[in-house]
Design a protein around this ligand. Structure first.
Ligand code: DGY
Length: 326
């Protein structure tokens, strides 16, 4: 009997062909609606493999009844939606999609930084709303990016790719990370510093660290107070790294200048979210890796991860490979 794979969102059929060859495939047939928890629960009771998304919570509650599940393949580099420890205890391999989205996410992070600094969304609205009456010297005047200091919190693959882009803008690059990256320091001239030093010295503070119990609300009131009043905060990682009430206060009181946010603590956010409403916030809906090329590559990698595990081979990228010896 073929194994059963459940895909939690409608995916392009042609990218799943490798799965159809080796498995029976069930799929939630909606592109824009997440799979309801009761449907997921039922599917997990019979699935050998799960193709999941960041919007699918897979905690101990959801994983309570999944007797045959061998692999959860998350179509994302982040996997904070999954209780990895619980999955590991059950012998379930947890896979993700690093590398294929690195440059795309770095492009978006830098685009968000530029858009926030140069007020691009405001300028677009200005002309669309027919407000442009005449040219004036300080009309929509923003802040320079070139030759400024960028502070990258979380110098993983995406952090390094953002640093490369920053080098092209002749920026001074500071970073804070769990470990030092000597190669990045040599190649890009990035300087390692403490979190506090980075906050105090950076013109652009860019959050790219993963969301873990340790990084939860790393950017709190104290962190924003240490930043320059002219600082621009960019978050392209996870909303959970930020205390949103503290960020709101910092933006309202001029403790920092502006923020560009691709992620929020609870997603999706509505238009009336207090941060989205602020004039000095550029908000976008978690689209860091959203290009057709990269999303296709992420689907393919997720399929490949599932296939490998079901065939008893090491997957391309598993987060608990050491613990499970895969
Ligand atoms: C990721 O890969 O973790 C993104 O946030 C979702 O694509």
């Amino acid at each position: 009997m073929k194994p059963y794979v459940f895909v939690t969102r409608k995916m392009p059929e042609h990218l799943l062909s490798d799965l159809y060859e080796i498995a029976e495939v069930g799929m939630w047939e909606h592109e824009d609606i997440p799979v309801p928890s009761e449907v997921l629960q039922k599917e997990l009771e019979r699935a050998d493999a799960l193709f999941s998304l960041v919007s699918d919570p897979l905690r101990s509650q959801q994983l309570a009844k999944c007797p045959k599940l061998k692999v959860i393949a998350n179509m994302a580099v982040g996997y904070d939606n999954i209780d990895v420890e619980h999955a590991t205890n059950k012998g379930i391999v947890v896979c993700h999609t690093p590398d294929v989205l690195t440059d795309t996410t770095a492009d978006l992070t830098f685009a968000l930084l530029l858009a926030t600094a140069r007020k691009i969304p405001e300028a677009t609205d200005y002309i669309k709303n027919d407000q442009w009456q005449q040219w004036s010297p300080y009309l929509l005047a923003g802040t320079d990016v070139h030759h400024k200091t960028i502070g990258i919190v979380g110098m993983g693959r995406i952090g390094e790719a953002v640093a490369k882009r920053a080098k092209g803008f002749d920026m001074e690059i500071l970073y804070h990370n769990r470990s030092r990256k000597m190669e990045t320091e040599q190649q890009l001239g990035a300087k390692y510093c403490s979190f506090e030093e980075l906050l105090q010295q950076s013109d652009y503070v860019v959050c790219l660290a993963p969301f873990t119990p340790v990084t939860k609300e790393l950017f709190d009131q104290q962190a924003f107070q240490q930043m320059k009043n002219s600082a621009i905060f960019i978050n392209a990682s996870r909303g959970g790294l930020v205390n949103e009430a503290a960020l709101q206060e910092a933006l309202e009181k001029g403790v920092i200048q502006a923020a560009g946010l691709d992620v929020f603590a609870e997603e999706p956010v509505r238009a009336n979210h207090p941060l989205v409403q602020l004039p000095n916030v550029v908000a976008i809906p978690h689209i860091g890796s959203a290009t057709v090329e990269t999303r296709d590559a992420m689907v393919k990698m997720t399929v490949e991860n599932i296939k490998k595990v079901l065939e008893g081979k090491p997957p391309l990228a598993a987060v608990n490979f050491k613990e499970l010896g895969v």
